[in-house]
Ligand binder design. Sequence first.
Ligand code: TMP
Length: 215
Amino acid sequence: MTTKSKPAGRLISFEGSEGSGKSTQIARLAAHLQKIGREVVATREPGGTEIGEQIRNIIVHNSKGDEMCAETELLLFTAARAQLVREVIAPALQRGAVVLSDRFLDSSTVYQGIARNLAPGPVSAINQFAVGNVMPHLTLVLDVPTEVSLSRIRRRASDLPDRMERQNIEFYQKIREGYLLLAQQWPARVVVFDGTQSLEALDKQIWSEVQIRLA
Ligand code: TMP
């Protein structure tokens, strides 16, 4: 009798500004993967665990949030990430699942490091401490012009934009440039996609890239 060997677990992170279409593409990629029989675990940052969702609430919706300093923000995001890695991601990879994460450590590098100007050395060290040896096998950056991202944010929310979404246009320009810089630094891991194309075209491009990487 032949036993089917367990597939290798894979962590795929999605990155990009708010309104770049990450959640839609995660749902589409999850469907493709499930169709070929892969176990999919979809998660998001900050959040994905009970502790992480509580931390998300403090960062995003705290009424005094505007007074939060960048250092606190970094430590809270990475604390939520540390919990997510140990509680959800590492066990799923162990089982051979494909984990799709809506944001991962690159968000801290770009938002807290590049956009909020925290020194890259400590940001990288704290990020590494939080994730241990769990790094994304592939990171998909959905790139959209800043104006597109801002107008999508404004259209999307029925209520007022949350604290992270109230930043100005320069902030979002830094975010966009930060991700493009990361892709130059880590070309084997970070791939940029044009997020302004149709959902179907983007879905097709992402699926073909992922198939190559999973093979
Ligand atoms: P979301 O809108 O994609 O759910 O992300 C929540 C907000 O948190 C978004 O503005 C990006 C921000 N963020 C950081 O600033 N640093 C991080 O490490 C993460 C994970 C998110």
